[in-house]
Write a protein that binds this ligand. Structure first.
Ligand code: SF4
Length: 223
């Protein structure tokens, strides 16, 4: 649990709950300790609720992050309890299981949604067959739901070149995505430590300009 952040829910003071467990193995994952189903640090839900009750009127939102929060059987009831306490509910997800993601959307006010790659390329990043199809199916659920969102692409230049990134941008635009953030990978800790460090292409600023023109809301995060 991160008790206070201004970065994880747009415009609101939030607390972030990192849910343990993920079924994918993204080579650049910067929270590899959250991938196993059980973690070293576990906080009883009653303790989280007690903390939130003490923060009513101070915090505005609670963000369920991971790992992949939608794999938790107790996610939706937990979100509902958080809402009943008067907080907005945020979700960070890659939509690993589209039906579970769609179910969680019903209790969510804002989503930070990870797009891994073009559907046909995602396995190269996640290591899991079918992950691209699930990722893009969940994106369809998100856009159909009307829930507020930001789509995010994490870029490791060894796994995604500028041409591919532009293709993803075009496909997202065709899907109807209007809010996009590109975040350059944090390479100090990754699931696959053998991933080589690769410099950005020399002409990358042209790509950022093109993406800026394509999306009404485009953000580049470099740290
Ligand atoms: S980056 Fe990939 S492996 Fe890591 S939590 Fe997200 S989906 Fe799972």
């Amino acid at each position: 649990m991160v008790p206070l952040t201004t970065l994880d829910y747009p415009g609101l003071l939030a607390c972030v709950l990192f849910c343990q467990g993920c079924a994918w193995r993204c080579r650049y994952c910067h929270n590899p300790q959250l991938i196993p189903a059980r973690g070293e640090q576990e906080i009883p839900w009653a303790q989280v609720l007690a903390f939130l009750q003490r923060r009513q009127g101070l915090l505005q939102a609670v963000v369920f992050s991971g790992g992949e929060a939608t794999l938790q059987g107790g996610l939706v009831p937990a979100m509902q309890q958080v809402r009943q306490l008067g907080f907005r509910v945020g979700l960070h997800s890659a939509g690993i299981k589209p039906w579970a993601f769609a179910w969680a959307l019903k209790a969510t006010d804002w989503v930070g949604f990870d797009i891994k790659a073009l559907a046909e390329d995602a396995e190269l990043i996640t290591g899991v067959s079918g992950s691209g199809k699930a990722n893009w199916r969940s994106l369809e659920h998100l856009l159909a739901s009307g829930v507020d969102y930001e789509c995010r692409i994490t870029v490791h230049w060894h796994l995604l070149d500028a041409e591919r990134l532009w293709q993803i941008g075009q496909r997202l635009h065709a899907f109807g995505v209007r809010n996009l953030a590109v975040q350059l990978v944090r390479s100090e800790r990754m699931y696959d430590p053998s991933l080589p460090r690769v410099a950005a292409p020399a002409d990358v600023s042209e790509l950022w300009q093109c993406l800026e023109q394509l999306f009404p809301c485009f953000v580049l995060r470099t740290d």
